[in-house]
Ligand binder design. Structure first.
Ligand code: C2E
Ligand code: CA
Ligand code: CA
Length: 888
């Protein structure tokens, strides 16, 4: 239930409602009337109470007055008797008084005092004490007595306490007697005592039926005396009904109130109140109902006024909207076929106000012929279905120009049941123009976008392809291999590297190099399937991604085929270019997350292995290969720290004159004095050191230490005429080679640099040739090492003008058994001799070798037949003991 709660303003509003005011007034009137009626009721009640009291009081007063007056009247009779008989004696007095008062018990006694001294008394008994009383001498009674004498009038005193006991009123009468001359003379006083109690009782003051409380004041009949001698004095203060008791001489004030006090509450008070309430309700309820109805009416009127205002505002807004929006309104009565247009519609259709336009054709005739059919169809469709009408069409204006109109409408029925279609029209020509312009712009933009898209995809293609061969490039491969979401992933990857490409490029120029690359690309393409792709990922590096699963055998066959075809010489201009390829193969391991990228790395590792195993071959990536790489990594770390700790040192292998068998020199060979593994030979570390690019460093330490040892040998008187050191290709490239040699004391003609034949295959560098010249200038000889293993053309070697050729061990070893090998070695020696180049044989392992080589004319010999490489200390020992001669 909602507990009504009003704010101050709400309360104010409610109170100001006319119905509430009316009810308020009615309520006020009813309340005032009620109060008034109640007051009236009480007043009437009070009056009647007073009247009742007054009535009773009157009765008592009358009785009092009657009793007193009748008593005093009797005494006056006695006075009259005395006036005529001034010398009355007791006996007469008693008799007369007895007669007068015999049946008047209220008067207790009568006394006569001639000469103001009491001498006569009735009744005597009980009043004897009073006889003889002289008023002049009695203090209590003198005043009243003299007053009576002075005034000549009867005086009523009391109530006074009587000598005989009790209380009484005393009436004193002066008695005058007539002198014989006719004047009056005071005889004395007659006094009568009226018994108070008896008087009260007889007057009804003790009447138990009396319903009022009475009080009397005015002692000694002096009305001004307020002393209350009967009843409660408070009665005089309680708004009593007051009256006066008239006495023969003076008055008493007598007052009365109802017994128990005045009652303010009339007995009919509740009846009167109920009547007032009923009357009030009879007035208020109809007013309340009427007020409520009035209020409702007022609210309704107010609401109606608000709605009317709202309507006015709306219609004003609508008018404003229509005026500013230039929208025309039309209406077509579908029952009477009358068309109604507002002035805006006429403006839109360019129809003058005066012209008739109340027919359907007034509209349809304005339509552009091309749009008419559709516009009319849309119109009638809306009329038939009674749904929304939506249309857009052109109209032709009087000057022949065209305006685009958009129309919207709806069918409806009015209160009389007539069917209408009502709608609006407005000019959308600028919209349409804008739309057309936008459309054209959009089309242009689309064309432009397509061009951009083409350019972009061309650029993307370019960025992912090699311009020379048209093959995908490294980026493409990376993308393909990285794209895990790709539908197909390669199953294997061949990493192909051209051998000798640099040489061709350097010697025959870039055009030749380019032609080789194009040729290589075509060979690769020709050997791959439609699904596979070939990419050029570096200068002379290619990749084949094999998509279809292939066995190891098939992959080997493919690699073998490629190697074989690449071997064929390629004609370029007048040259026959030859190059080989090395191939690394890796198969996809789909368990790995980034197997694509891994495969590329693995194939590279395998390629590296293929190259280091001697080119023109392929290698598969394998776990052993991987393990080896891990191991190599450890060795590499070891080598670096070994270099730091200077663990690399030279061993020396002596070389001998073939005919005299004299020591003609030593070759210094690197050894690694490994702290744990002992003395290690180059096959353990050289390859890795090469990868680490520290071979030049090793070469340098070996040279330095060997030179130092040679000084030792000189010092101990051992003559070693020549020292040979091995020099890596890397060291030859070194532009600082010369300056590093400057610090060393090298006696010209005592040091040779051995260079591998293979160096001259791949390299054709300016620095090398320059360095050669400088070495020769320093008196350092150059020897071609491992001669006969490479493919270097003899011509290019001769061009370098070396001091010696060292025939490789591979050629020497078989000469003992093979005649043809012997002839090969013999022809090398012949060429050398004809060019003035000395020839050294390596790997001379037996005395048979020694004899054959000496017969063939070889100059020097080196090999186990004489001595294995040894430390400097051993060499000293070896030379001193001339051990080789013992063997020989
Ligand atoms: P290399 O220059 O051809 O050196 C000759 C190698 O043949 C030496 O192996 C030597 O011990 C071995 N040898 C000598 N006589 C015979 C023989 O009668 N029969 C057989 N089977 N072998 C013989 P080593 O010392 O293991 O050196 C191997 C290769 O390491 C050297 O071949 C050389 O190319 C390279 N090398 C050695 N020391 C250095 C160095 O200080 N710098 C550079 N760059 N390479 C070095
Ligand atoms: Ca050598
Ligand atoms: Ca050699």
């Amino acid at each position: 239930m909602r507990i009504p709660f009003f704010s101050r303003s709400e309360a104010g509003f409610i109170l100001s409602r006319p119905s509430v005011i009316a009810v308020g007034i009615a309520l006020a009137v009813t309340v005032v009337t009620g109060i008034f009626a109640e007051e009236q009721n009480r007043a009437v009640h009070r009056q009647s109470a007073r009247a009742a009291v007054s009535e009773q009081l009157g009765l008592v007063r009358a009785r009092l007055e009657g009793n007193i007056n009748s008593n005093l009247q009797l005494i006056r009779g006695l006075v009259a008797v005395i006036a005529t008989q001034p010398d009355i004696d007791q006996e007469q007095f008693g008799r007369i008084a007895g007669n007068l008062l015999g049946n008047q018990p209220q008067v207790r006694n009568v006394a006569a005092a001639p000469g103001l001294v009491v001498s006569l008394m009735y009744p005597i008994e009980g009043n004897e004490k009073a006889i003889g009383l002289d008023y002049r001498k009695n203090d209590q009674q003198r005043e009243a007595a003299l007053r009576a004498v002075g005034t000549g009038q009867m005086v009523l005193a009391g109530p006074v306490d009587l000598l005989q006991g009790g209380q009484g009123f005393i009436g004193r009468f002066p008695v005058f007697v007539e002198n014989p001359d006719g004047t009056d003379r005071l005889w004395g006083l007659v006094s009568a005592v009226v018994d108070v109690e008896r008087l009260y009782a007889d007057s009804g003051l003790y009447d138990p039926n009396l319903s009022v409380d009475i009080a009397i004041s005015g002692r000694d009949a002096a009305a001004s005396d307020t002393t209350v001698f009967f009843g409660r004095p408070e009665i005089f203060a309680d708004d009593p009904v007051v009256s006066e008791v008239s006495l023969p001489a003076g008055r008493w004030r007598i007052s009365a109130v109802p017994r128990g006090g005045w009652s303010d509450m009339p007995e009919n008070v509740w009846v009167v109140r109920l009547v007032i309430l009923a009357g009030g309700l009879l007035v208020i309820v109809p007013i309340l109902i009427a007020g409520q109805l009035y209020d409702q009416r007022r609210t309704h009127i107010k609401e109606m006024r608000l709605r009317q205002d709202e309507m006015e505002r709306l219609s004003q807004r609508l008018k404003l909207a229509l005026d500013t929006s230039k929208i025309g309104i039309w209406e077509f009565n579908l029952d009477t076929n009358v068309l109604t247009w507002d002035s805006r519609m006429r403006e839109l259709y360019d129809i003058p106000e005066s012209a008739e336009a109340s027919q359907y054709r007034s509209w349809s005739e304005c339509l552009h012929p091309d749009d008419r059919e559709q516009a009319e169809r849309e119109y009638w469709a809306a009329v038939e279905t009674g749904g929304m009408y939506h249309s857009e069409f052109r109209v032709i204006l009087t000057d022949g120009s065209i305006r685009w109109i958009r129309a919207i409408g709806a069918v409806h029925n009015d209160v009389r049941g007539q069917r209408y279609i009502v709608g609006v029209n407005w000019d959308v020509s600028s919209d349409i123009q804008l739309k057309t312009r936008l459309m054209t712009a959009k089309q242009n933009a689309e064309v432009r976008n397509r061009e951009l898209e083409d350019a972009r995809s061309q650029m993307e293609h370019n960025s992912l392809h090699d311009s020379l061969t048209g093959l995908p490039n490294r980026r493409f491969v990376d993308q393909q291999l990285l794209d895990r979401g790709a539908e197909k992933a390669p199953t294997a990857l061949l990493h192909i590297d051209l051998d000798r490409f640099k040489h061709i490029n350097d010697t025959l120029g870039h055009a030749a190099g380019d032609a080789m690359l194009v040729h290589a690309a075509s060979v690769l393409k020709a050997n791959t399937g439609a699904d596979d792709f070939v990419a050029r990922i570096g200068g002379d590096e290619f990749v084949i991604a094999v998509m279809e699963p292939m066995s190891q055998c098939d992959l080997s066959a493919l690699a073998g085929r490629i190697i074989e075809e690449m071997r064929h010489p390629v004609p370029f201009e007048n040259h026959e270019c030859r190059f080989g390829v090395s191939i690394g193969i890796a198969k996809a391991d789909r368990c790995l997350e980034d197997f694509g990228q891994r495969m590329l790395i693995d194939a590279d590792i395998a390629l590296y292995r293929a190259k280091s195993n001697g080119r023109n071959r392929f290698e598969f990536f394998s776990d052993t290969l991987k393990a080896e790489i891990v191991r190599n990594k450890q060795v590499a770390d070891d080598i670096l720290s070994g270099l730091e700790r200077q663990e690399f040192l030279p061993y020396f292998q002596p070389q001998f004159d073939a005919r005299t068998l004299k020591i003609v020199g030593v070759e210094a060979l690197a050894r690694w004095a490994h702290p744990d593994k002992g003395v290690l030979t180059p096959d353990v570390f050289l390859k890795i050191a090469d990868e680490l690019n520290v071979v030049p460093l090793i070469d340098r330490t070996i040279l330095e230490q060997a030179l130092w040892q040679k000084m030792r040998w000189d010092a101990v008187g051992i003559s070693i005429p020549r020292l040979s050191v091995n020099v890596s290709a890397g060291r030859l490239h070194d532009t600082d080679l010369m300056s590093s040699l400057d610090g060393l004391s090298i006696e010209p003609g005592t040091v040779s640099f051995e260079l591998l034949e293979s160096i001259f295959l791949d390299e054709g560098d300016e620095t090398i040739t320059a360095n050669f010249e400088r070495l020769r200038d320093k008196g350092i000889d150059i020897e071609i090492d491992d001669f006969g293993t490479g493919y270097a053309s003899i011509v290019s070697l001769i061009h370098l003008n070396p001091a010696r050729l060292k025939i490789d061990r591979q050629l020497i070893t078989p000469i003992v058994h093979s005649e043809s090998q012997r002839r090969l070695v013999a022809s090398i020696i012949d060429i050398g001799q004809s060019l003035g180049i000395k020839v050294v044989a390596e790997g001379v392992e037996t005395m048979e070798h020694v004899a054959i080589l000496r017969d063939l004319g070889c100059d020097k010999l080196q090999g186990y037949a004489f001595a294995a490489p040894m430390s400097s200390a051993e060499l000293i020992q070896f030379v001193r003991e001339e051990r080789w001669r013992k063997v020989a």
